[in-house]
Design a protein around this ligand. Structure first.
Ligand SMILES: Nc1ncnc2c1ncn2[C@@H]1O[C@H](COP(=O)(O)OP(=O)(O)OP(=O)(O)O)[C@@H](O)[C@H]1O
Length: 287
């Protein structure tokens, strides 16, 4: 079994001289950390350089207009693999930029002139689906259709739309997707990229897991598509890698891209406590 595991570890916030975060004060570092810090390495190649020749120019231009100029570390590590068509497990903390990484991979693969479902992003919740759809639409800028099939949506109306003109990219919650496929609203035979976002959440949900297994093995074959899993946490990731190959959810050479192993706190901080007697009702000022 050829399971390649790329464990790419690094510290949470870069402190190298090339990093744009170096001059930040401790307080701003803390604020960045608690706000799902996006860490980009100013010394790294630009997103355009990393994606050069693989992602269409109009998509890269849109990405730059939105503000995606320098890749995050997760993107820098994963994009060469993703853009070469490799099946990947993107395992990196929340806010590391996994969504943009897999969307760029989708845009590098789809044929913009074809009217068929070529990429599918499966999400566990409507809210996440709305976020992903928004970014995908911004990047596509009407060069292709991105349809959201999310729980609580008007599936009846969408069924006729999807039949009349199949979108290139579908972002869907598990239940809505299965409902549409089972009603034969569209087929996944021409799907080239399958992304399962927050995979640990979906596998942990007894309601969603059997439908997810169908999506992975019954509606299309791993050999004819690129399969990407994304998650901030994958408990027992070695077991998961084994299952991916064993159950044919991915090809045998799936790569585990593990960036920024989750740290309970930034390494440059330390916890201290002071024991104080209750002598005053005045609040203690912490500096
Ligand atoms: N290269 C980049 N440059 C600047 N901002 C970026 C870049 N990549 C992503 N971002 C921004 O960083 C934020 C977090 O990114 P994103 O939501 O893709 O992370 P994620 O790893 O998918 O998180 P989650 O685990 O919550 O899905 C978003 O606001 C996104 O627009």
């Amino acid at each position: 079994m050829a399971v390649a595991a790329a464990f790419l570890s690094s510290s949470l916030l870069p402190t190298t001289p090339g990093s744009h975060l170096t001059p930040f004060t401790l307080r701003s570092r803390l604020r960045l950390f608690t706000r799902r810090a996006v860490v980009v390495n100013a010394a790294a190649a630009t997103l355009r350089e990393v994606c050069s020749g693989r992602v269409p120019d109009h998509v890269l231009q849109r990405a730059e207009e939105i503000g995606y100029v320098v890749p995050t570390e997760m993107q820098e590590q994963s994009l060469p693999l993703l853009l070469s068509g490799q099946d990947c497990i993107l395992h990196a903390q929340t806010g590391s930029g996994k969504t943009l990484a897999y969307l760029l991979s989708i845009f590098s693969t789809i044929d913009f002139s074809r009217s068929s479902v070529q990429a599918l992003v499966v999400v566990p919740t409507r809210e996440l689906g709305m976020q992903v759809t928004k970014v995908a639409r911004l990047l596509a800028a009407k060069a292709c259709t991105v349809m959201a099939l999310l729980d609580g949506g008007t599936l009846k109306r969408q069924k006729s739309w999807v039949k009349a003109e199949p979108p290139a990219i579908i972002v869907a919650t598990v239940a809505s997707l299965c409902q549409m496929v089972e009603r034969r609203a569209f087929s996944l035979q021409s799907m080239r990229v399958l992304v399962i976002d927050e995979v640990d959440f979906i596998f942990g949900s007894s309601k969603q897991v059997s439908s997810l297994r169908k999506i992975l093995t019954s509606y299309s074959a791993a050999s004819s598509r690129q399969t990407i899993f994304a998650s901030a946490s994958i408990p027992q990731h070695n077991r998961f890698l084994h299952d991916c190959v064993q159950h044919k959810w991915t090809k045998g050479d799936v790569v585990h891209v593990h960036v920024h192993p989750v740290q309970p706190m930034p390494s440059h901080l330390c916890h201290k406590y002071v024991a104080a007697r209750h002598i005053s009702s005045q609040p203690i000022q912490c500096i």
